[in-house]
Design a binder for this molecule. Structure first.
Ligand code: PLP
Length: 384
């Protein structure tokens, strides 16, 4: 049966970045937004707001605060109160702001690589130093943490651990025991956790997202959690994100760091976020089924028809992390595949150590694009 997500929507005629970077014959499977219309409830709420016609300064989005409080409790049994939410335009803003708030020149910020590449700029932006722990790739291609080695990468200078969960690009949704161990190590070393959980709603069957701050009051006190409806409901261009900061002193530091520079959320972003959280659940359930089918198609096709490549099914996100090291595509496989397959994906090396030889494919799109890109990639790899 046809799904509404099968609909091909022209995005090139809009300002969208995904479809306007490569030549017209390249199928863009890169930047992390989806080629789907947002939930009808979101579009309708925006339409009604546009029809009102007056777009002056908005006040505090108290209803959105309450909706988020209720949602976090319902989904994760995580009890927070409305004033613990700090709105901001984006999650990248959120982790940079956290680093600025905690900035101690020369001190260090640790991250698990390969990772979403804007993480790399955050320490230097705050006059701090970057430390890296490399995730371990297991025999089946999935990633894990060697906790002794992870702890050994902490030094006396480490002040912040930037966690990405669900993890972009490797697709892990960390399990409770992994989060507990990470949190214990951070508490032991008195290191703040800045947890980017932007992909928290994009979780496949058999997995469950757990906000690290929800583990215990001790962990919560020492964590900044960053979330947003942007990836979930495909409204990234509306720029509405939030941090949950339970520790009041920490929250005050973050608010102080933004003064005069970082505003809140724009009016349309607030409207869209509220409608999405209130009325977008059915759409979200449907999109997850669709994404999972795309994911399974990628894994099956690669395993059965392009064995030169390897992929391990992501547990969450709509990003597939594809190992091209045995495909003879050279050390820049994404570049090679743009040229030879006319498919645009992210170069793995951009995500840091351990990313070399990989590409990241965005499958948040009609299945027809997934099929076509796999067909092109298969041909390019086999023609070599
Ligand atoms: C892990 C992660 N964090 C943050 C972002 C971007 O967040 P924002 O657009 O809200 O700054 C992305 C987008 O791909 C992401 O994957």
């Amino acid at each position: 049966m046809a799904s509404s997500f099968d609909q091909i929507i022209d995005r090139r005629s809009t300002e969208c970045i995904k479809w306007n970077v490569y030549d017209k014959d390249v199928l863009p499977m890169w930047v992390a937004d989806m080629d789907f219309r947002s939930p009808e409830a979101v579009i309708q709420a925006l339409r009604e707001r546009v029809d009102h016609g007056v777009f002056g300064y908005p006040g505090d989005p108290f209803k959105l605060r309450e909706t988020i409080v209720e949602r976090l409790y319902r989904l994760y049994d995580w009890k927070i109160s409305p004033e613990m939410i700090v709105f901001m335009p984006g999650v990248v803003t959120g982790f940079n702001l956290t680093c600025h708030a905690m900035a101690q020149p020369g001190k260090a910020i640790l991250m698990q690589v390969p990772v979403y590449f804007p993480f790399f700029g955050a320490p230097t932006n705050a006059g701090m130093v970057r430390q890296e722990y490399q995730l371990v790739q297991r025999a089946d291609g999935s990633y894990g943490i060697d906790f002794d080695a992870f702890e050994a990468s902490f030094t006396d200078d480490t002040r912040i651990f930037m966690l990405c969960n669900p993890h972009n690009p490797v697709g892990r949704v960390f399990k409770r025991d992994e989060l507990v161990k990470m949190a214990e190590i951070c508490l032991k070393h008195d290191v703040l956790i800045c947890s980017d959980e932007i992909h928290c709603d994009l979780i496949f069957k058999g997995h469950k997202h757990l906000p690290i701050a929800s583990l215990s009051p001790e962990v919560a006190r020492s964590t900044v959690t960053l979330m947003a409806p942007s990836k979930t409901f495909n409204i990234a261009g509306l720029e509405c994100s939030f941090a949950v900061v339970e520790n009041e002193a920490l929250r005050n530091k973050i608010q102080a760091a933004r003064q005069g520079m970082v505003g809140g959320v724009n009016l349309m972003g607030q409207v869209a976020a509220l409608a999405a959280y209130e009325d977008g659940q059915d759409w979200l359930s449907e999109v997850l089924v669709y994404l999972e089918k795309n994911r399974d198609l990628i894994c099956k096709t690669i395993t059965e028809e392009i064995p030169e490549l390897k992929v391990c099914a992501p547990e969450g996100t709509y990003l597939a992390w594809i190992d091209c090291r045995n495909a003879g595509l050279g050390d820049k496989p994404a570049e090679a595949l743009v040229k030879q397959a006319r498919v645009g994906m992210n170069e793995g090396a951009v995500f840091g150590k351990g990313g070399e030889g990989f590409v990241r494919m965005n499958f948040g799109c009609p299945t027809a694009y997934v099929e076509e890109s796999l067909k092109r990639i298969r041909q390019a790899v086999h023609e070599r």
